[in-house]
Write a new protein. Structure first.
Length: 95
């Protein structure tokens, strides 16, 4: 039987993903696996904006979203499970 050495858990900070993360954390601890947590921030350039949004600093918005998401990831209490926490910008299905 192959025992996984790494577990990838994508999260979106919803209650459901919190439950999935708790399960993944338990499995990682039981198996001695490293837990990779991924949050994908939507690419603001791929969003549909109204004409009212023409003055938005899209690059600044993207950096803010990514920074805030990374802070939330870094704030997750995961005990002694080896963890890699990554925030990417893009489309969740593609990352």
């Amino acid at each position: 039987m192959n025992i996984p050495k790494e577990i990838l858990t994508p999260i979106d900070f919803s209650e459901t993903s919190d439950e999935a993360l708790a399960y993944a954390q338990t499995r990682a601890k039981t198996l001695g696996a490293k837990l990779h947590i991924l949050h994908v921030v939507p690419d603001p350039y791929a969003q549909v904006w109204s004409l009212d949004a023409a003055s938005i600093n899209v690059t600044g918005l993207m950096e803010t979203w990514q920074s805030e998401a990374q802070k939330r990831l870094d704030g997750l209490a995961l005990g002694d499970v080896p963890t890699d926490r990554v925030t990417k910008v893009g489309q969740a299905h593609a990352e």
